[in-house]
Design a protein around this ligand. Structure first.
Ligand SMILES: Nc1nc2c(ncn2[C@@H]2O[C@H](COP(=O)(O)OP(=O)(O)OP(=O)(O)O)[C@@H](O)[C@H]2O)c(=O)[nH]1
Ligand SMILES: [Mg+2]
Length: 338
């Protein structure tokens, strides 16, 4: 099961208490204070781990605590520090404080670490308080409490191009043909229930990451179908690829589909519509496509409309070129899209 949102209580470890102890050795009277400091509590650290793809690991966990520091020992021994606890999160995970609503961390850089909750400092033992005027202090301090937070982890996949379309339009077939990624494909709506990712490789090692999400239908913003929930996974893509069934296999027309998709995206976040995009008229191998394609081109004014057949592979080379161009334009410097 793909999990992309969880909430958790996280607590760093408390610092260990300092102690009051005295140096007691044969033939050494009035040996003085010898209470050690407490150890530091372990921190909670989030680590962006490219080998983790979802938040499944946290599904049945409500609370994560790091180890507390140990109390100080006699003979001025410092208590052992508590160990840090690392939460391995997939790239693209946003960490929010549920109490304040604040964004705490946005994990987009591979292997980056961020201290989410700091462990408490250890308390001071009485050896620490010895002064010339007080050579036998009878006091020690308690360890500090570790930080505690109620957080939400939300995964927003990071892709270059997001595939948007009605169910059954052929999005997953396209992803598979362009990226050689094995995904479920079926002649019925909602075959894809969770997002799929795949890289298109270009000569010279350049790569573009495609994100295929479950199909969107009219009134998705009112939670029809799988709703707009999965659009969060294309929020961070740099360009959009509208995939339309140009053959009207399910009894709709591509013009109608395109207008509904635009409207649904607008309802979710109008900013999505400002991204560079390309329209793919898929299933052009079917006879009924010719008329729909003509109508579509006459009705919709868009600079990148490409006719393809994901099934036969026709038009895919042109589509790849178009995607590379979109990403390059978006970067604005002709750089690499990887
Ligand atoms: N004839 C023809 N059939 C296609 C083409 N592309 C996809 N199909 C078929 O259309 C059906 C749906 O394909 P999918 O790739 O699962 O469609 P999807 O858009 O991912 O669908 P959901 O996951 O349900 O949103 C499958 O039976 C595919 O074999 C095409 O270019 N031509
Ligand atoms: Mg699919």
């Amino acid at each position: 099961m793909f999990v992309d949102r969880v909430d958790l209580d996280v607590s760093a470890g408390d610092g260990g208490n300092g102690i009051v102890a005295w140096r007691r050795e044969k033939y050494i009277p009035k040996g003085g204070p010898a209470g050690g400091d407490g150890g530091k509590g372990g921190s909670i650290i989030v680590q962006v781990d490219p080998n983790v793809s979802g938040l499944e690991w946290f599904r049945h966990i409500n609370r994560i605590c790091a180890q507390s520091g140990c109390k100080g020992g006699s003979s001025c021994c410092k208590g052992k520090d508590g160990e840090d606890t690392a939460l391995h999160i997939p790239p693209g995970t946003v960490v929010r404080d549920l109490e304040t609503g604040d964004l705490l961390y946005d994990g987009t850089v591979y292997n980056e670490e961020f201290v989410l909750c700091r462990g408490g400092k250890g308390g001071k033992g009485n050896a620490c308080f010895k002064t010339p005027s007080n050579r036998a202090p009878n006091m020690a301090t308690k360890g500090e409490a570790g930080e505690h937070k109620h957080i939400e982890l939300e995964l927003k996949l990071i892709g270059d191009v997001g595939l948007v379309g009605f169910p059954n339009a052929g999005k997953s077939t396209l992803l598979m043909k362009l990226t050689y990624t094995q995904v479920a494909i079926g002649p019925y709506p909602f075959t894809t229930l969770t997002p799929n990712l795949g890289y298109i490789s270009f000569e010279g090692g350049r790569r573009i990451l495609l994100t295929d999400i479950p199909g969107i239908i009219e009134k998705a913003h009112q939670n029809k179908g799988l709703g707009l929930e999965f659009l969060r996974h294309i929020e961070r893509t740099r360009a959009l690829l509208f995939v339309l069934d140009a053959a009207g296999v399910d009894g709709r027309s591509p013009i109608e589909d395109y207008r509904v998709l635009i409207e649904e995206l607008r309802m979710y976040d109008p900013e999505l519509l400002t991204r560079p995009s390309c329209i793919v008229l898929n299933k052009c191998d079917l006879e009924s496509a010719a008329e729909f394609v003509q109508e579509f081109r006459a009705a919709i004014n868009h600079e990148s409309i490409i006719e393809v057949s994901a099934e036969t592979g026709d038009g895919l080379a042109q589509l790849k070129e178009c995607l590379a161009r979109l990403i390059t334009e978006e970067e604005g410097d002709g750089g690499s899209a990887s």
